[in-house]
Write a protein of this length. Structure first.
Length: 210
């Protein structure tokens, strides 16, 4: 039997996850079944199960597609740009989210919203999403610690609590974008910059805003 290349395997996984995405956007996580995904993909049941043993595994792949890549890109920029602060990172993330929402295969941010809802009723999905949320928190906490050390946040600030607040800004952007459809990344980041500089004299804002 000829050996299947990694490129072929990756392409087949993408084919299956894209089929799953279409099903989820149409029916939601809860109503989507493996049979739906198999039918949508046009592949045999054996082919699909050869890559994913359950719907939960496919959900994990979709979460990685929508969150994992974004976090990785921001983490790389943090490592290469030592001056990146809270506002710049938020700007990066909301722009990345906006790009996900415009993906030609479907709005991946809607998948995120549905996955959060599914996690409230499905312990397996909760187990998938909780580590992703912790990774987002850890990213923000590392930035907060750096900003405190530089004096761009108060010395008494708790980086863990700052991280929790910053983490909450991401679902806020996603939900408002999905429901109200009037969100833009630049405006959201600018609004945060205004909050960050509240109470700082105008002459000092350029030096202290992160």
């Amino acid at each position: 039997m000829p050996r299947v290349s990694q490129e072929h395997k990756d392409a087949r996984r993408r084919e299956i996850t894209e089929a799953a995405l279409r099903c989820v956007l149409r029916e939601g996580f809860h109503k989507t079944t493996m049979a739906d995904i198999i039918r949508e993909s046009g592949l045999s049941a054996g082919a699909v199960y050869g890559y994913f043993s359950s719907k939960t595994e496919i959900i994990l792949a979709l979460v990685q597609l929508s969150i994992g890549g974004t976090l990785s890109a921001v983490q790389q920029r943090l490592e290469s740009d030592v001056d990146l602060g809270l506002a710049e990172t938020l700007d990066d993330l909301v722009h990345a989210i906006d790009r996900l929402a415009r993906d030609p295969e479907g709005d991946l941010t809607v998948v995120g919203v549905q996955a959060w809802a599914e996690a409230m009723r499905d312990p397996e999905v909760h187990e998938i999403l909780a580590p992703q949320m912790r990774a987002v928190r850890a990213l923000w906490q590392s930035i907060a610690e750096r900003e405190i050390a530089r004096g761009r946040l108060p010395s008494g600030a708790d980086p863990e609590q700052v991280a929790r607040v910053m983490t909450g800004l991401m679902p806020g952007f996603i939900v408002q974008r999905a429901l109200l459809q009037d969100m833009d990344p630049e405006g959201y980041a600018d609004g945060f910059r205004a909050l960050l500089s509240a109470g700082v004299p105008a002459a000092e804002q350029g030096a202290t805003a992160g």
